[in-house]
Design a protein around this ligand. Structure first.
Ligand code: TXA
Ligand code: MG
Length: 390
């Protein structure tokens, strides 16, 4: 795993991507958690293109990503002291804060709610992009760069695999950037706008109908995402009535938050706004996923093999597995999280009928990993027994 400081930033590619964003186009970019599918947060057409590309329901809010040092007061109102303390402690980093949105944020970003999720990522390429876009004053709305419900991408190749028909090659990106630069200059001179260049939402390539036909996507490569699972989401928008609410567990844990603000976050109640990452079934590969205790795993593998069933295995203790059909994971939570989504994708690609996952440790620092695995396995309960009976 390379340290973030060692990741090279291709400034030419970043500049071209920022130009694509300015013109209303889509850019997939690395963050330290997972790759994001970004668009100008203040351009409703551009944000609509994200939904079209992902095949995501329109009422799901997206997170706004900002550069380090961005003016939070521009994006949100009624900022509680706890938010400022958490920003000081964890930004740039894998923490998203839900706060009351400022009135100029499009409904498409907030899913029509009166709140918005704000995050400042720490990946050097993300920081370079956010700093180049509108001189660091813009916001990039970005969900994870996967088709709705699929496993989040942690490499640029995962993004290309998800959106293969949309990805711009280098020459197309250069052309788009040149178009955007000309369009921006024309706009400054008071004539024309950016629409019509390859990749611009609202231009000649705007999606027609429900599909993503004609949409183009620039992909920035920043290596493997270091954290590997999505950011922790903390709702601070109803502090007075509900306290801080942990909507999605992640690398930054509840105790880390409590250490900074002096209050332990609550878990969401039924009435809390729904994060798509909190839908029961999410982050799922194509093959069904079943969690199996390590002690039971040898027996389950043996009986499935006897039935002629092809099962892939993700494990973190020593197991007697088949070559090419298993992924050994680190036994520490950060290391496991780093490799989790790549492992799910790799095991899916083996053509296995079933992915067995050894149930990870249940300590609190494994909360994020267990949350994602539980969702990946949702709807597959009883699947092992079914395979063994058939
Ligand atoms: O690590 C991450 O957070 C990644 C990277 C790209 O930054 N992004 C990400 O986005 O995971 P997405 O859209 O896949 O998940 C963000 C979750 C969604 O489930 C969304 O519903 C929730 O955040 N969310 C966004 N704004 C919200 C709001 N105002 N209130 C409640 N939930 C919100
Ligand atoms: Mg997602």
């Amino acid at each position: 795993m390379s340290e973030p400081s060692q990741i090279a930033v291709d400034q030419a590619a970043v500049g071209a991507a920022a130009a694509v964003l300015r013109a209303g186009g889509l850019v997939a970019f690395p963050t330290e958690t997972v790759y994001g599918l970004g668009a100008d947060a203040e351009n409703p057409d551009a944000v609509a293109a994200i939904y079209a590309a992902k095949g995501r329901p329109q009422d799901h809010p997206v997170i706004v990503h900002v550069a380090p040092g961005a003016d939070l007061d521009y994006w949100v109102t009624d900022i509680p002291e706890a938010a400022r303390q958490l920003v000081a402690a964890f930004w740039p980093g894998p923490l998203t804060l839900i706060l009351k949105r400022a009135s100029h944020i499009p409904d498409a970003v907030s899913g029509g709610q009166d709140t918005v999720g704000m995050r400042c990522p720490s990946h050097p390429v993300a920081i370079a992009l956010l700093s180049a876009f509108k001189g660091g004053k813009g916001g990039v709305a970005a969900p994870s760069a996967n088709k709705f419900g699929n496993v989040s991408p942690t490499t640029a190749q995962h993004v290309r695999d998800e959106f293969c028909d949309m990805v711009m090659d280098r020459s197309e990106l250069a052309e788009a950037a040149a178009h955007a630069a000309v369009a921006a200059a024309m706009a400054r001179l008071g004539g024309g706008d950016a629409a019509g260049f390859p990749g611009a939402a609202g231009g000649a390539t705007r999606p027609s109908g429900p599909g993503a036909a004609g949409l183009r996507l620039a992909v920035l490569d920043g290596g493997s995402s270091q954290v590997g699972i999505e950011s922790t989401i903390l709702d601070l928008s109803r502090l007075a009535t509900h306290g801080p609410v942990l909507l999605r567990p992640g690398h930054i844990g509840a105790q880390d938050i409590a250490d900074v603000i002096g209050v332990m976050p609550n878990l969401p109640d039924q009435g809390a706004p729904r994060a798509s990452g909190t839908l029961e079934s999410h982050y799922a590969p194509k093959a069904p996923v079943a969690l199996v205790d390590g002690a039971r795993l040898p027996d389950v593998m043996r009986r499935l093999a006897a039935k002629g069933r092809k099962a892939a295995v993700i494990h973190y203790t020593q197991q007697n597995t088949q070559p090419g059909l298993h992924q050994a994971m680190p036994a520490d939570a950060p290391g496991y999280a780093f490799g989790l989504y790549a492992a799910l994708r790799a095991m899916d690609q083996t053509g296995a009928e079933l992915i067995l996952v050894e149930t990870p440790p249940q300590e609190t620092n494994w909360l994020g990993v267990n949350d994602r695995l539980r969702r990946a396995a949702h709807g597959s309960s009883g699947i092992v027994e079914m395979f063994l009976r058939s």
